[in-house]
Ligand binder design. Sequence first.
Ligand code: MN
Length: 253
Amino acid sequence: MRILLSNDDGYNAPGLIALAQALRQIAEVIVVAPERNRSGASNSLTLDRPLRVNRMEEGVYAVDGTPADCVNLALTGAVDARPDLVLSGINAGENLGEDVLYSGTVAAAMEGALLGLPAIAISQVAHVEPVDYRNAVNVALELVRGCAREPLVPGTLLNVNVPQSGQSPQPQLTRLGRRHRDTVAVRQEDPRRRPVFWLGPIGSPGADAGPGTDFHAVGEGYASITPIHTDLTAYSQLEDIGTWLRVAARGAE
Ligand code: MN
């Protein structure tokens, strides 16, 4: 099996290196990843300048772009990847609930799925430094072995979060939960006494974190596996919004 490995923490991040080393025992691995940490880059593509793909060592390429750039370039001819599976990670830290909308880790996998391959994003839930990636490595290996036995359907996208507690977390199929809203922006002053702002820390889990959610699974020590897709249509609202449109249009007559 040939695996394209990317991430958003950078090509030399410990989580990617740990996963690449383990995967090379069972598969052919091509790494195409950002040259520096691009966490939070989401699905952004670089369209205002050319990109450089630098070969760092055999089978390892660093790109001066986003995670989505890396996977797009790897699958459109910049390197000879031709993978059977796209993996992204292991991210240093969780990507749960609405995190998937901001995550570069998920975006790298999503780019692979959008381009017609099965793809898996894998994150190590971590509350202490340095991050211990062993649980996430083991879960990733199990999933890759599973793909070798029974390939995932092209376009499948799995978001995987592995807790640090316990020896070998068992997989649990989940849906995305939700966090409470962000805390407030942090106001500071620059040396010239002008205000500058930091976005506040991400919201804590809890708005929707009951049984069945990804938050709940990792909290209980399971490896959360959430199949996700890119169709953001709110099907449950189609009828209500149709009614609203008719009522709202009547007011304009
Ligand atoms: Mn990251």
